[in-house]
Write a protein that binds this ligand. Structure first.
Ligand code: BDR
Ligand code: CA
Length: 316
């Protein structure tokens, strides 16, 4: 199996991503690190531990990370309820987080892994930026980073910026220039992978606690977060789609394109500016001579394939 580490802000769809990663036989979830985003970082830690217990993976190490972005104050995404998890009334976890912080756990797990690790950030990129700046040697054992964030077209936090990048644009800029292969699973594909209502109802009726939780979480993902208009009980996979893209890369169409995060204050702050102009694909240069990051940008997704993969996996 592919060794993976998820860095998340659990989060309804982060929880869907964790359930999938635990249950997919081709993935080996080695650790989970938490960052402020959908809710404050202590809430993220609690939600993450609870989901892993429910998924049947109570031993995966979990660490608490950054409580706020590198520069700006923390701002929550209000779409996931008061607890950041759709207010499902889930029990408190039986254990606490690891006694090391997220950056320390990331470094330790990446360097100790016998095979290069795939990192899957599904949250603001603060922990990952701190890791890359503090311990740059980790890149030697990182296979690639597949992150949920950014958008080629329309944003969600602002007209042009996606929440995870908008929440900590400087951290996203550090990630893009990390010098390891990067895949951007942005809103353009994120919004499209939606589980039909009939399947959501089936999952919710399951006797198996992890499968049932997947159904309850999907039922909290309304149309504007990826459901089809009119299909009230359909639920978007959201962040879980980025994990599907690691388990089954052939379902995602990507193109290697120059991407830059807008850091300037104003209406475009946090936008991922993707250069779709035809032209030389390789070393692209700015007018000022500096190099732009080349990123595998997700442009299309096989929706049915990922929906099937998700259902098969969480119903195992
Ligand atoms: C991202 O923001 C969060 O609310 C979701 O979990 C996802 O990671 C989408 O913009
Ligand atoms: Ca998230």
């Amino acid at each position: 199996p592919v060794p993976v580490i998820i860095d998340c802000d659990t989060g309804v769809d982060d929880a869907l991503a964790l359930l999938f990663a635990v249950r997919h036989p081709g993935l080996d979830l080695r650790a989970v690190t938490c960052v402020a985003g959908n809710t404050d970082v202590d809430g993220v830690v609690r939600n993450t531990l609870t989901v892993l217990e429910r998924a049947g993976a109570p031993a995966v190490p979990v660490a608490r990370g950054a409580g706020r972005p590198l520069i700006e104050p923390a701002r929550r995404a209000p779409v996931h309820g008061a607890d950041g998890m759709g207010d499902l009334g889930l029990p408190a976890p039986a254990r606490g987080p690891a006694d090391v912080d997220a950056v320390t756990l990331l470094r330790r797990e990446i360097l100790a892994c016998p095979r290069p690790v795939t990192l899957i950030p599904t949250a603001p990129l603060t922990n990952i930026a701190l890791l890359l700046r503090t311990h740059p040697e980790v890149t030697r054992n990182i296979e690639r980073i597949v992150f949920m964030g950014g958008a080629v077209t329309t944003g969600n936090a602002t007209p042009v910026a996606e929440f995870n990048v908008w929440h900590d644009p400087e951290a996203a800029a550090v990630l893009l220039t990390a010098g390891v292969p990067i895949t951007m699973y942005g809103l353009d594909v994120f919004r499209r992978v939606v589980v039909p209502g009939a399947e959501v109802r089936r999952l919710r009726a399951s006797d198996e606690p992890g499968t049932r939780l997947a159904g309850e979480l999907l039922a909290c993902r309304p149309a504007r977060q990826g459901g089809e208009p009119g299909a009230e009980d359909a639920g978007g996979l959201g962040d879980a789609g980025a994990v599907c893209a690691v388990a089954d890369p052939a379902g995602l169409t990507t193109r290697l394109l120059p991407v830059e995060v807008c850091l300037a204050p104003g209406p475009a702050r946090g936008q991922t500016v993707v250069d779709l102009r035809p032209g030389p694909g390789e070393a692209e240069f700015h007018d000022d001579g500096s190099e732009r990051a080349l990123v595998n940008v997700a442009l299309d997704v096989d929706v049915d394939r990922y929906v099937r993969l998700y259902l098969e996996t969480v119903e195992r």
